[in-house]
Design a protein around this ligand. Structure first.
Ligand code: NAI
Length: 272
């Protein structure tokens, strides 16, 4: 393309697109927090978005918000419990019926339930199994079900949401930490496997972000924690994570594969 800026006569050498216009994206856990922010941001950038989450009303509310801004064809809601295999299959089928294919998968749904070595046996087993199912096994399954479509589309993008708990840990979240470390391992394995097939797989580790998941901590506690631990000295907002997810899904991010990116205000690199 000719340089029309008037600054010199050289030709423009950048070739890679920074647009997700008309790309078809599934976002799990999209009725709240970072998933909701991600679904909105993708729609704002011209993508067609499938909002997948628990609860018909919650899903419909986010679809309504997006379609109000971008029109009827911008978003589809699918009620989906990611811990249930049949519901993941249904999510893929509904997406393909609606959009004709899948270009982007954001595995974001997650739960954080207290769980430790001293817990009563049955309770420990139940929390451990469900946390693994929701936080990590569902990601592997949904990749497998969506893969034929991601391969067919060419330039497919997968982003898995882990946590800084995959890198550093607090007591009392045993299954959560283990599941999020599992997400980083899953991401690397998939990235090696799918890199040669024109599908990239990357992972984000959000630090402390203001969402329903962290609502249980009072504001005062959040502020003290952020001042002591986070170089940026505050909690993040969901959009700050969504913007990184978008970056990883751009056609221009074609050589970014298998990375684990903290979006944490510097939490994980702070020594003292
Ligand atoms: P959130 O609670 O606002 O959103 C999580 C969403 O996942 C909810 O809408 C929930 O209904 C959905 N979900 C839970 N179980 C599900 C299931 N079985 N099937 C389908 N959807 C299900 O929380 P937030 O913070 O937006 O969480 C998004 C992701 O970010 C999660 O994977 C979480 O572990 C991760 N994360 C959050 C951090 C934070 O500080 N808020 C920090 C690091 C990671």
């Amino acid at each position: 393309m000719e340089n029309t800026s008037g600054r010199g006569t050289s030709r423009r050498i950048s070739t890679l697109s920074r647009s997700v216009e008309d790309r078809r994206a599934i976002v799990t856990g999209a009725a709240s927090g970072m998933g909701r922010a991600t679904a909105h941001l993708f729609a704002d950038e011209g993508a067609r978005v499938v909002v997948a989450d628990l609860g018909e009303d919650r899903v419909a509310a986010v679809v309504g918000e997006i379609n109000e801004v971008h029109g009827e064809k911008a978003a589809l809601g699918v009620v989906c419990d990611v811990a249930e295999r049949a519901q993941l299959v249904n999510l893929v089928e509904r997406t393909v019926e609606w959009a004709g294919g899948i270009d982007i998968l954001v595995n974001n749904a997650g739960i954080s339930v207290p769980n430790d070595s001293f817990q009563e046996e049955d309770e420990f087993e139940a929390v451990w199994a469900h946390t693994m199912d929701v936080n990590v096994t569902s990601q592997a399954r949904l990749v497998r079900y969506a893969l034929p479509y991601l391969l067919a589309a060419g330039g497919g993008r997968i982003v898995n949401i882990a946590s800084t708990e995959a890198i550093m840990s607090m007591a009392g979240l045993m299954s959560y930490s283990a599941s999020k470390a599992g997400v980083t391992g899953l991401t690397k394995s998939l990235a090696v496997e799918l890199g040669s097939r024109d599908v990239t797989v990357n992972c984000i580790c959000p630090g402390p972000i203001r969402t329903a998941m962290t609502e249980r901590f009072p504001d005062e506690k959040k502020e003290v924690y952020a001042r002591r631990r986070v170089p940026v000295r505050r909690y993040g907002i969901p959009e700050e994570v969504a913007q990184m997810t978008l970056n990883l899904c751009l056609p221009a991010s074609s050589y970014v594969n298998g990375v684990v990116i903290p979006v944490d205000g510097g939490l994980t690199i702070r020594h003292i």
